[in-house]
Design a protein around this ligand. Structure first.
Ligand SMILES: O=C(O)CCC(=O)C(=O)O
Length: 277
């Protein structure tokens, strides 16, 4: 299939300045629609956690469901994350000669889901360091502020801090993690000390943020609209392993050294996705 488009210089500049950019019309809508059935399969699988329950909202309304590493079980996720336009666009955006898959994730907020995604930074969860670190957010439904579009603290990837991870739905940091507690970004915005960037998106748009960028989302207050998202996280040439104490580790990360480039890691856990082939 022909490439839909490339990343522009203006998009690279926005990502560098804001720590987030929305690549409009970057994926073939049919490719994105093709993920609907695999997402339903993932939603029924053991890989999914009920994040609403973690946040204390289990009984109120719809659920916020999240899971990671669906690509290891479901070939459609592997194709979406490892082939085609998405890895190429991220390599272009990061200006990285190589790109590896860190993980994928399904993030669904059903209609009437009160659970918010609290302010957090992905880096505190990821056992990596570097500049080439990107999270993509690929909506399967139109996403609006009402249905849970993500809000980003503009330029927070340059705040030069690693924040303690907090399980997404509660502000309490995970015990024994290190770093600073995530600041109250809404208070900073109210005080004129921070600014929000957010995008209403359509299927085919891809929002990409840096792993240091703080972000949050409301619940899904729509009575009828689902907010289904496939999020794929990538690392590039300058990324190195860095075990972050207290942050959840996957089985293969138990034995990770610090400082390893991804070329040295097992491709069964982190396949190289760019250059293609
Ligand atoms: O979709 C959401 O509500 C949160 C997304 C997010 O935090 C992420 O992809 O890193």
């Amino acid at each position: 299939m022909p490439e839909i488009r490339h990343v522009t210089d203006a998009e690279r500049a926005a990502f560098a300045t804001d720590g987030v950019v929305c690549l409009r019309g970057a994926l073939d809508p049919a490719t994105v629609a093709g993920m609907a059935e695999p997402v339903e399969v993932a939603l029924r699988s053991r890989a999914m956690a009920d994040l609403s329950a973690l946040g204390g909202d289990a009984t109120a309304g719809g659920r916020f469901a999240g899971g990671v590493d669906h690509w290891k079980e479901l070939p459609e996720f592997a194709t979406f994350a490892c082939e085609g336009d998405l890895p190429r666009l991220v390599a272009e955006l990061l200006d990285s000669p190589d790109l590896w898959l860190y993980e994928d994730s399904v993030l669904v907020k059903e209609p009437n889901t009160p659970a918010r995604t609290v302010w957090h930074q992905d880096l505190g969860y990821f056992h990596v360091a570097g500049e080439h670190l990107a999270t993509t957010w690929c909506p399967l439904d139109p996403a609006t502020p009402e249905s849970g579009a993500v809000r980003y603290a503009r330029g927070s990837h340059r705040w030069d801090a690693t924040y303690r991870p907090n399980l997404f739905v509660t502000e309490d940091p995970i015990p024994d993690t290190v770093g600073e507690v995530v600041p109250d970004v809404d208070a900073l915005v109210a005080a004129g000390e921070a600014e929000i960037v957010t995008f209403s998106t359509a299927p085919g748009d891809v929002v990409v943020h840096h792993a240091r960028t703080l972000h949050a989302a409301g619940g899904n207050t729509s009575a009828t609209a689902r907010r289904r998202v496939v999020s794929v996280r990538y690392v590039g040439a300058d990324a190195r392993t860095l075990i972050r104490p207290g942050a959840p580790r996957k089985p293969h990360q138990q034995t990770w050294p610090d400082g390893a480039p991804f070329t040295d890691l097992d491709p069964a856990d982190h396949p190289r996705v760019w250059p293609a082939g």
